[in-house]
Design a binder for this molecule. Sequence first.
Ligand SMILES: C[S@@+](CC[C@H](N)C(=O)[O-])C[C@H]1O[C@@H](n2cnc3c(N)ncnc32)[C@H](O)[C@@H]1O
Length: 248
Amino acid sequence: MSIQLIKDDAPSWSEIYDWYTDLEAPFTAAQVEALGLRGDQTVVDIGAGSGRLTIPMARKAASVTAIDVLPGLLDRLRQRAQREGLSNIRTANLDWRTIEPARDLDRHDVVVASRFDGIEDLMKLDAAANQRVCLLIFSGPSTGALHRALLQGIVREAVEPQVLQPGFTTIFNDLCDLGLDPNVLHIMDGFTRSYANVDEAVEDFAWILPDASFAFNLRRNLEQFLTPDEKGVRFLFRTRSTLLFWDK
Ligand SMILES: C[S@@+](CC[C@H](N)C(=O)[O-])C[C@H]1O[C@@H](n2cnc3c(N)ncnc32)[C@H](O)[C@@H]1O
């Protein structure tokens, strides 16, 4: 097996996020289904990124406003929307921390904040919604945890303690304290892809390596997530997401 790595071509953060988004795609439909969107509803996706959920939500709702603080991610989102022929997505390059609902942002029927670590003010989310607020949170290992698992023994930071976001139980308790009475739905989640053989899997993940000489370590790290399937081998990293939602 030979792995070509040209570090000048190392993927950007948004390319990495999109790569994981594709790996998660078989599980994403269940997350969107759980939101219970209707075709007459307007949605705002806060911290939309490059549109992991915005795109599938736009297929179900009347329209989606995607807010993100990073303009580069919104550029990617618009490109994806165009490729998918979706014309009901509007993007807004805004910082949620400085937004005042009603003044800077029209109320939307449904407010969605997924894997968004800038929530802080839960009542502000409530104020932005006409009908429903949905918070989607990893309640199993996150994308970052997967990334670190693949880099064990390769990059020192992979074993250093990471700053954890407040878990869903903390947010659940805060919502209860505020009298918002959230519903809780656990959703099976994961990252998966099939390959002809282990070499092809290692090749696909090789962009993660700081240096091609670590290919052996990567193979060892990957093997724990590979099982035979009809195509050859299947990579599967299981996790879980939890949806907290309340109606108004
Ligand atoms: C982990 S990503 C989640 C993307 C997407 N919601 C998903 O579920 O895949 C978090 C996103 O929130 C954005 N973000 C972080 N702080 C923000 C803020 N204060 N205002 C708006 N967007 C923010 C980041 O730029 C990033 O795109």
